[in-house]
Write a protein that binds this ligand. Structure first.
Ligand code: C5P
Length: 215
C-alpha cells in the first residue's frame, strides 16, 4: 500500500476533556472520540507516525500509534506541547471552553449554598496556541467546528479567528455527536467543499489523503 505520509509526524487531539468540580463531579461534553480516532487511524494507514492525545473515551487505544491519555484541557495542551514538533496538527477534541476556577479537594455537599454558583475560568485554546506558534508551527494546522446553524459562514470566520489552515466543519444539529456518520464542509483559504454524509471512517480516509496531497 502507498504510504504518502511516511516520515511525517501527525499530532491529533480527540475526545472530550473533563474539568473537575470536586473529586466526584466534572464538566464535560458528549464527544465520543470516534472521529478523531478514525482520523488518527487513517493517517497511520498512510504511513504517518501518529501521536493521539485523547481525553476520556470508551474507545480502546488504536494500534500503531502513540496514545497519550489526558483528562483536562490544561493536561491536553501540555501533552500536545510535549509531543511537538509535528508536521501536521489536527485538533478534533471537544475541549471544554471553561473550567471550575477552584476545584474542591473534597466532595461538595449538595446542600451547600456555595454550590448554587460555580465560578469558571477560561481554558487555553489549544488550536489557537499551536496555530500562532512563531517557531515550530506545524506546516498544516487543521481545526474542527461543530455548529448547529450557518455552518459554512461560522466555519469560515473560525478559520481566520483560530489562525489555522483548514477547518473541517460539521453540522451537529442532528445525531453526529456520538453517532457513526458525519457530513462535513472543508474550509480552506481557497474556499469550501461539501462532503456528503458518510461513515466517520470514510470522512477520515478522505481527510488523510487530502492532507497527504497538501504536504
Ligand atoms: O471555538 P470552538 O470550540 O468551536 O473551536 C473548535 C476547534 O478548536 C476544534 O478544532 C477544537 O479542537 C479546538 N479547540 C481547542 N482548544 C479549546 C477549544 C477548542 O483546541 N480550548
Amino acid at each position: 500500500m502507498a504510504e504518502p505520509l511516511a516520515g511525517r509526524h501527525v499530532l491529533i487531539t480527540a475526545g472530550p476533556t473533563r474539568e473537575p468540580i470536586d473529586p466526584v463531579r466534572y464538566i464535560s461534553n458528549h464527544s465520543s472520540g470516534q472521529q478523531g480516532y478514525a482520523i488518527a487511524a487513517a493517517c497511520a494507514a498512510l504511513g504517518a507516525r501518529v501521536t493521539l492525545v485523547s481525553g476520556p473515551t470508551a474507545l480502546p487505544d488504536p494500534d500503531g500509534m502513540t496514545v497519550v491519555r489526558v483528562e483536562t484541557a490544561l493536561d491536553m495542551l501540555a501533552a500536545v506541547e510535549a509531543a511537538m514538533p509535528a508536521d501536521v496538527f489536527i485538533a478534533v477534541a471537544a475541549v471544554a471552553d471553561w473550567r471550575p476556577a477552584a476545584p474542591s479537594d473534597t466532595k461538595i455537599k449538595a446542600d451547600k449554598s456555595s454550590f448554587a454558583t460555580l465560578p469558571l475560568i477560561e481554558n487555553p485554546d489549544i488550536l489557537k496556541t499551536i496555530s500562532h506558534l512563531v517557531s515550530g508551527r506545524p506546516g498544516l494546522v487543521v481545526g474542527f467546528a461543530a455548529e448547529t446553524h450557518d455552518v459554512e459562514a461560522l466555519a469560515t470566520a473560525k478559520r481566520v479567528r483560530k489562525g489555522c489552515d483548514w477547518i473541517v466543519a460539521n453540522d451537529v444539529s442532528g445525531d453526529v455527536m456520538g453517532g457513526a456518520e458525519n457530513a462535513v464542509t472543508l474550509v480552506t483559504e481557497a474556499g469550501s467543499e461539501h462532503w456528503p454524509r458518510a461513515p466517520k471512517g470514510e470522512i477520515a480516509a478522505r481527510l488523510a489523503s487530502r492532507i497527504a496531497e497538501a504536504l
